[in-house]
Design a protein around this ligand. Structure first.
Ligand code: S3P
Length: 450
């Protein structure tokens, strides 16, 4: 469910110490990519630890619509019989990517250089989000796209029958745009070059190499120059999806805010393009041990032990770190509200075009809970009230946004009065087990009777 069905109002209340082990589900970004690249390889790709959130299930359905055979064997264990680069068949119906910007943008890239037409749509949140950032560079391959005003879904994409390779500098820090261009470049002849001024998550690059594509990354004065040689034969892989650091952020931050907490969060990806939140928390004074560092599924991972200390301080988050923690600003603003002093988050305007306008959603909800915030187009500033200092006692709007919903649930665990959300159903897009996992740690949260 992704917010377009029955709303699920929920409440979280001040809780005793959290303890135990939190088994975090698979990484959402890597799960999407394993299905899409599996569909573009020839033969059977095996995936373990796949996130079975609605976003990824929608991508699985889309890959079937383009002709791949996608099978679930057991929880998290999937196989994809791919059709090869350029082998997609035209889907018989509209592709509904639900709530997922990653799903729709990467799939548009993957089909953009094959002679076929596909129409994409999504839920009310996704239909508000800009697609021009992807269709603009895809047009350089010869792809055409016709959507609603402002480049919004529903949108019909006509793949280039005779694609040319592309050299493109990504104007906004976006792994989705970078990945869409690289996936389109797979079926273009010659070299496709993507340049990003600031590095964003590099799962596509790692996985493209893993599937046998020739891809190089060079750091130059222009930024990261990524060169992909087109028309490779992708070889099917066995993909072990590591646990998602963006989902782990919720129990980790809850343990930092609830007095007396001490939890373990094993096997969480610490990919440097994803771990900005953890660096920030440590700078704020958090007690987090990163034990047993190792590699799993081609990604660096560690076992986290997180303990409450009640001594978190507000900081200025370096804007250069934004891309490595872009999905974590909502939960960081909850931590900031419980810290001593002010936390300044600049260079974050990308938050305005996520599943919701996350600056606005967090600012309004925190204010309703008695926290003083300031914002401008590119900035969020939270004035901390110290441990246990947030009054709470409000219902916050989640705007069909899973991370806003989970952030306010965590706020409620340490606030003086309960915090409610109008709709927890979007949580199922990325972290269906959230409620049960948090309850098992000792968090007091429940669905309201409707
Ligand atoms: C993602 C990239 C980021 C992130 C999203 C997942 C990805 O989006 O916010 O949750 O898997 O590539 P942008 O590319 O818009 O920054």
């Amino acid at each position: 469910m992704s917010g377009h069905d029955t709303p699920i109002p929920m409440t979280a209340r001040n809780s005793g110490p959290l303890s135990g082990t939190a088994q975090i589900p698979g990484d959402k970004s890597i799960s999407h990519r394993s299905l899409i690249l599996g569909a573009m390889a020839v033969g059977e790709t095996r995936v373990t630890g796949l996130l079975e959130g609605q976003d990824v299930l929608d991508t699985a359905k889309a890959m079937r619509a383009f002709g791949a055979e996608v099978t679930r064997h057991a929880p998290g264990e999937w196989s994809v019989h791919g059709v090869g680069v350029g082998g997609f068949g035209e889907p018989a119906d509209v592709i509904d990517c639900g709530n997922s910007g990653t799903g729709v943008r990467l799939i548009m890239g993957a089909m953009a250089t094959t002679a076929m037409t596909a129409t994409f749509t999504g839920d009310a949140s996704l239909r508000k989000r800009p697609m021009g950032r992807v269709t603009d560079p895809l047009s350089l391959f010869g792809t055409q796209a016709y959507g609603r005003a402002g480049g919004r879904l529903p949108m019909t994409v006509i793949g280039a029958a005779d694609p040319v390779p592309v050299r493109y500098t990504v104007p906004v820090p976006s792994a989705q745009v970078k990945s869409a261009v690289l996936l389109a470049g797979l079926n273009a002849p010659g070299e496709t070059v993507v340049i990003e001024k600031e590095p964003t998550r590099d799962h596509s690059e790692r996985m493209l190499r893993g599937f046998g594509a020739e891809l190089s990354v060079e750091k130059t004065a222009e930024g990261h120059v990524i060169t992909l040689v087109g028309r490779p034969e992708l070889r099917p892989q066995t993909v072990a999806v590591p646990r998602d650091p963006s989902s782990a952020a919720f129990p980790v931050c809850a343990a930092l805010l609830v007095e007396g907490s001490d939890i373990l969060v094993p096997g969480v990806s610490q990919n440097p393009t994803r771990n900005g939140l953890y660096t920030t928390l440590v700078e704020m004074g958090a007690d987090i041990a990163f034990d047993n560092p190792r590699e799993e599924g081609g990604e660096p991972v560690a076992d986290l032990r997180v303990r409450f200390t009640g001594t978190l301080k507000g900081i200025e988050v370096p804007p250069a770190r934004a891309a490595s923690m872009i999905d974590e600003y909502p939960i960081l603003s909850v931590v900031a509200a419980n810290a001593t002093g002010t936390t300044v988050m600049r260079g974050v305007k990308e938050l305005r075009v996520k599943e919701s306008d996350r600056i606005d959603a967090m600012a309004r909800g925190l204010e309703a809970c008695g926290v003083r915030v300031e914002e401008d187009e590119d900035t969020l500033i939270v004035h901390g009230m110290g441990p246990g200092g947030v009054p709470g006692g409000a219902t916050c709007a989640t705007h069909i946004d899973h991370r806003i919903a989970m952030s306010f649930m965590v706020l409620g665990l340490a606030a003086q009065q309960p915090v409610s959300i109008d709709d927890g159903s979007p949580i199922a897009t990325s972290f269906p087990a959230f409620e049960g996992l948090m309850q098992a740690l000792g968090a007091e949260m429940e669905r309201q009777a409707v």
